[in-house]
Design a protein around this ligand. Structure first.
Ligand code: 5GP
Length: 184
């Protein structure tokens, strides 16, 4: 991939508001394209194939790993998640800034492969707020919530491994700050 500065990684714990911030960014800047990931987790209510994720079974996901079709992939709370390589390459070639909204292990892989990419870690205002947000979403069973919360502690401890760590107090403000970082 030639234009590595065109690659933006947004990471941070589940529930921190990455998805909401991303939607705000996409609304503000039409030159930014969000990569749609593949996952083995079940769709949540309202989620659509090809819009939120490509929903795959484990067999298909592992086949794609074997065929080197992912830019990165990781396991998270019992499921696989990965960034399809071909669409990212294609969009970068077309001149888009590509945004990856991914968990910490995948983010580290990308940063290693593409040191010129811009990596941003989103922090919650505090851990209580993070738990409140995960629970409020109401999409996960208690077991999955617990997995995400314990993973969040580990992820937050890795926040200093990225180019910038921003606290997500306010969606609009966070989106503006990220767009500024992309443009400078
Ligand atoms: P969720 O199940 O809540 O949609 O996502 C769980 C976590 O996986 C989130 O932190 C999300 O950012 C991350 N994620 C989504 N897509 C990918 C991907 O392609 N690769 C990696 N490494 N993480 C992903």
């Amino acid at each position: 991939m030639k234009n590595q500065k065109k690659l933006i990684i947004l990471t941070g714990p589940s529930g921190v508001g990455k998805g909401t911030v991303v939607r705000e960014i996409l609304g503000k800047d039409k030159n930014i394209w969000l990569s749609i990931s593949a996952t083995t987790r079940d769709p949540r209510e309202g989620e659509r194939e090809g819009e939120n994720y490509y929903f795959l079974n484990q067999e298909k996901f592992k086949e794609m790993i074997d065929q080197n079709l992912f830019l990165e992939w990781a396991q998270f709370a019992g499921n696989f998640y990965g960034t399809p390589l071909s669409s990212v390459n294609e969009k970068i070639k077309k001149g888009f800034t590509v945004l990856l909204e991914i968990e910490v292990e995948g983010a580290k892989q990308i940063k290693e492969k593409f040191p010129n990419s811009l990596s941003i870690f989103l922090l919650p205002p505090n851990k209580e707020e993070l738990e409140r947000r995960i629970r409020k979403r109401g999409t996960e069973k208690e077991e999955a919530i617990q997995k995400r919360l314990s993973r969040a502690n580990y992820e937050i401890s890795a926040s200093n491994q990225f180019d910038f760590a921003l606290t997500n107090n306010n969606v609009d403000e966070t989106a503006e700050r990220i767009i500024k970082l992309i443009k400078t």
